[in-house]
Design a binder for this molecule. Structure first.
Ligand SMILES: C[S@@+](CC[C@H](N)C(=O)[O-])C[C@H]1O[C@@H](n2cnc3c(N)ncnc32)[C@H](O)[C@@H]1O
Length: 187
């Protein structure tokens, strides 16, 4: 089941909203991190730079064949052999990844789904002990140039509470100006 309000604008527009490498470095992505799962990779805006910054493989999941093919093509064009794109509905089917297999889980711009606690639980399941969860989302501000409708857009406090309730610890928050906030937590 496709996440509500998760259709993407044109790639050129989407990619003006972030500085992906700087965001990833701020959220603790580096060479010491081995395998990473990205839930809802979209165009690969974060997939591609993450794959160049880590020591393992990025498992990039998306429900849209069009998104998977853009992300896979970008990886191929850049000669990256550590990106695995996976066409999958992780809301209905889960990620399909083994328990405790990942060092980092990325939940970027998707926590406005109906049952965020279920997705955060799935991220926790696949993370190794001491693995990291990284979340970014649009500021709770109607003036952002995109982002889900305010009625379903989570606040930073909503995300913080869901992550804490899932049993993660050592939460840290980040201001990812101009339009986003970030949270990193440890399993
Ligand atoms: C708003 S975009 C964010 C993309 C990327 N995380 C980023 O920040 O650039 C959300 C993505 O989640 C995907 N998606 C929505 N529902 C999904 C589902 N049930 N299973 C897998 N992917 C899903 C959409 O196709 C879309 O590419």
């Amino acid at each position: 089941m496709k996440i509500r309000d998760s259709a993407m604008p044109e790639r050129e527009m989407w990619e003006t909203f972030f500085k992906p490498k700087a965001v990833l470095a701020t959220l603790g992505i580096n060479k010491q991190i081995k395998d990473v799962v990205e839930f809802g990779c979209g165009y690969g805006t974060f997939t591609i730079p993450a794959s160049q910054m880590i020591g393992g493989t990025v498992y990039a999941l998306d429900i849209e064949p069009g998104m998977i093919s853009v992300a896979a093509d970008a990886a191929k064009k850049q000669g990256l052999n550590n990106v695995r794109t996976i066409l999958r509905d992780f809301v209905t089917e889960g990620s399909g990844l083994p328990d405790e297999s990942m060092a980092y889980a990325m939940l970027f711009n998707i926590l406005h789904l109906e049952h965020p606690e279920v997705l955060i639980g799935e991220a926790k399941r696949v993370l190794k002990k001491n693995g990291k969860l990284g979340v970014i989302h649009w500021n709770y501000d109607p003036l952002t140039p995109r982002g889900p409708a305010m009625e379903i857009r989570p606040t930073q406090e909503d995300c913080w509470g869901w992550i804490e309730n899932a049993g993660f610890h050592s939460l840290q928050r980040y201001d990812l100006r101009p339009y986003h906030y970030g949270i990193v937590a440890i399993k």
